[in-house]
Design a protein around this ligand. Structure first.
Ligand SMILES: CC(=O)SCCNC(=O)CCNC(=O)[C@H](O)C(C)(C)COP(=O)(O)OP(=O)(O)OC[C@H]1O[C@@H](n2cnc3c(N)ncnc32)[C@H](O)[C@@H]1OP(=O)(O)O
Length: 509
């Protein structure tokens, strides 16, 4: 007679609420609740897909979510259709690596009031998986991912500034990305979506600013990938921002970060359900996503924090050791993966994380991209020839934003005592010349494993060498924050160093 084995595994439902869930093993010999859990998720997804297909005409593939995901820094966007404004750009857009988007959309949200001379706007660039919902508002009252930082009198003071937060190209939270429909054939782009760069993301945002008739920003700011974008903005359009703040970002990726993201992509792409990116009509690669998120979470936080928070405690010392989540750190990672695996589009993760890897503001890389774009101009011409109704002028304007590098290399300040630096330093210095007149705040966190503080030091150093004498550099040491990369997302009342330093920088004349 078949015997069902049950095994209890702990599950956190909220702070300090540990309950035990029971999963039935499909194999009578062995019990692996975490494996059963993935199968159960598959079954639930299949069921909800069927229900969804019968009850709605909407597309289940666009940003899939689970009803159990009702917490976290971002709202549950599910079928993301409202709560933000939309910028529709109906002209062709040529990407840095030669891909063509016949048109694109960007979701954005705003807080505060644009002043009469339109000079108080701050563009808040987001991290990898964030939506435009940085703060609550009447159209979406759920708390945003920077809820505590934005508002009247807050770090981003809405009494003074008009804050614009834009969901990035490639994402799935209302902007055009792999889960969007290709107008060419009415099907999801999936992995036919073009490779995009951080510059491409910023170029679309510059078009949004044109649309909003904002010539010059008070500041371009962001953390993590957002910090990369805020710097890229300075290289693409130095005349369009009065300040830049980059927190835990950097002017180029670190090989360690690339390695971490590569591993996540490999895990995801090797989930058979990824199906080379064409999963929108079926079950998404949720197991790959979950595992990728677990690896990502390891890179988002720090060892010292986890020592204090979890140490080597087991979730339930009363039960025998098991292969499935057992230590508190394991149940924590499991929870983080579970929470995310149906919340975000896997292909968006692939494209955006790849863009982060390729982020490199050295002069040589920026020149290469500019050359690439010139080489690919014929694609635009072909498109225009095939679509005579498209305004040529608009297309040229949209695709003219390119890096503003000097024609002649800058002369390095001579310093005989200085030990020769590796080439990359001068290359990055030359790449940052366009930012030399823009007051720039760089902030790093010593406990950051993902974007090592060395990247922030390098960015600040090269900016100074490029002639920028208004670089403000802050580094939070281990006593000031041990939350690693995610420091910028964690608000601590009366000890909010990220917010307070940013506020000082934004409000100084
Ligand atoms: C790379 C870029 O460009 S951007 C950077 C990317 N970073 C991210 O995406 C951030 C992801 N992290 C988050 O979203 C976090 O929730 C933050 C940063 C917003 C807040 O962090 P914290 O306040 O420390 O909370 P954290 O999420 O770590 O822990 C709380 C959650 O873990 C659960 N939890 C805590 N300990 C355990 C445990 N031992 N076992 C199981 N679950 C646990 C809690 O129940 C809670 O669950 P809930 O969120 O579903 O309510």
């Amino acid at each position: 007679m078949m015997r069902s084995l049950f095994r209890s595994i702990p599950k956190r439902l909220g702070p300090n609420k540990l309950v035990f869930c029971r999963f039935q093993s499909s194999n009578p010999q062995m019990s692996f609740p975490c494996v059963d859990q993935a199968q159960e998720r598959n079954r639930r997804y299949e069921e909800s897909l069927q229900q969804f297909q019968t009850s709605s005409n909407e597309d289940p593939g666009a940003c899939i979510t689970s009803p159990s995901l009702a917490s976290g820094p971002e709202p549950i966007y599910g079928k993301i259709v409202s709560g933000f404004k939309k910028f529709n750009y109906n002209n062709v857009f040529l990407c840095d690596h030669g891909g063509i988007l016949p048109k694109f959309e960007l979701a954005y949200e705003t807080w505060g009031t644009l002043n009469e001379d339109r000079s108080n706007a701050i563009l808040l660039h987001t991290g990898l998986s964030a939506s435009s919902h940085a703060h609550s508002h009447p159209d979406n009252p759920q708390p945003g991912w920077w809820e505590q930082f934005i508002g009247p009198g807050k770090d981003l003071d809405t009494n003074k500034f008009y804050i614009i937060c834009c969901n990035i190209l490639g994402s799935c939270y209302g902007s055009t990305g792999p889960s969007s429909i290709d107008p060419g054939d009415g099907k999801h782009y999936a992995t036919r979506f073009p490779i995009i760069t951080v510059n491409d993301m910023v170029r679309t945002q510059i078009l949004l600013l044109d649309h909003l008739k904002i010539d010059k920003l008070h500041a371009s700011i962001g953390s993590s990938l957002g910090g990369m974008q805020s710097l890229a903005f300075g290289a693409l359009a130095p005349h369009r921002t009065a300040r830049i703040a980059s927190i835990s970002g950097g002017a180029r990726s670190h090989p360690y970060s690339i390695a971490l993201r590569f591993t996540q992509r490999q895990i995801l792409m090797n989930d058979p359900q990824w199906n080379r990116g064409f999963y929108y009509d079926g079950i998404p690669p949720h197991t790959g996503m979950k595992l990728a998120r677990e690896v990502a979470t390891i890179s988002y936080r720090s060892g010292p924090e986890w020592e204090q928070r979890f140490s080597t405690r087991r979730a339930n010392p009363a039960v025998p050791p098991a292969m499935c989540p057992d230590f508190l750190i394991e149940t924590y990672l499991d929870h983080a993966g579970e929470k995310f695996c149906l919340q975000y589009d896997p292909n968006s993760l692939l494209y955006i994380s790849k863009a982060m890897d390729m982020h490199d503001m050295t002069a040589s890389n920026q020149k290469l991209l500019a050359e690439n774009r010139k080489k690919n101009q014929h694609k635009l011409e072909k498109y225009l020839a095939e679509n005579p109704n498209v305004s040529q002028e608009d297309v040229i304007k949209a695709n003219s934003n390119s890096v503003v590098l000097p024609d002649t290399p800058i002369e390095e300040i001579s310093n005989e005592d200085r030990t020769p630096e590796p080439d990359v330093d001068s290359d990055l210095t030359a790449g940052l010349v366009p930012l030399r007149n823009i007051p720039t705040m760089i902030m790093g966190v010593e406990s950051d494993n993902l974007m090592p503080v060395a990247c922030q030091r390098e960015t600040a150093r090269c900016l100074e060498k490029a002639g920028n004498d208004k670089v403000v550099y802050h580094e939070l040491n281990a006593d000031e924050s041990f939350y690693g990369h995610d420091t910028f997302l964690i608000y601590r009342k009366n000890f909010n160093l990220v917010g307070s330093k940013l506020k000082n920088f934004l409000e100084q004349s």
